[in-house]
Design a protein around this ligand. Sequence first.
Ligand SMILES: [Zn+2]
Length: 309
Amino acid sequence: MPETIPKHCLSFDVEEHFQVSAFESPMRRRHWDQYESRVEANTEKLLELLQNSRVRATFFVLGWVAERYPTLIRRIAAAKHEVASHGYAHELITAQTPAAFRDDIRKAKGILEDILSQPVLGYRAPSFSITKDTMWATQILVEEGYIYDSSIFPVLHDRYGVPSANPNMHQLLTASGLLWEVPPSTVKCLGVRVPVAGGGYFRLYPYVLLRTLLRKLEGEGASLVMYMHPWEFDPNQPRMEGSAVSRLRHYLNLDKTEFRLRTLLQDFSFAPIREVFPQVEHQNSPQMRTAVEVGGNSCPGSSSGALFN
Ligand SMILES: [Zn+2]
């Protein structure tokens, strides 16, 4: 049977339930090794679900996790999923210096490539923390050999987002070269751009509403870029202390995520980012350029000036 031509991107940020930014604290970070690890079992569960649905995806793996579970990373790749980088230590870029960021993404890429013996092209920042203030990160990504990024969320949010950013896949021109940007999906409703890409939104919206919004986007010709986390499929994970908002965002409807994902996989056709957007394999090919925007240090403060289409 020929495989259906994939149209949309499905991705997972592989991290432990205690590493999420909502529960971040220096004290907790020091004790990461003492928390119950659940990432391997949760990711295995996801791999099985995807295999049963005959769907492949992109896994943005945290270097800290890859270091501890190299066999898991090989299993992800052996199932023909794409392995990409979620950085090493899950520090928000907004809390890092450029030098620390470079070390973090270099270390993660090195660990993943040593495990897989193949190049890792993609990166996603912890909590989408490439913002207007950290746009310098795009230049460093290019310098460290990343070809595409999926960290700039074109929405207004209390912890991340660049509301004016291009919501479609495009290229950023940094002082060190071009970087493909693959933004998480958003859709304009009544003049407001709202996220429909996954994560907490996937658990918050009634599924029928979400599907309507995704169909609207699909009808506009866009490829969806969805993201989820292995811990979102683990309703029995230990509860962490944190603010009421953080706890609501993290624990809401965890018992519904698995069913919703199965339904989503029936309703839409998904594949890894590298396959949905093969342009990322040819980042410097002029005919592949869709739109180039200025990012990185080359033009501080500007992230939405299209140079050409
Ligand atoms: Zn993360």
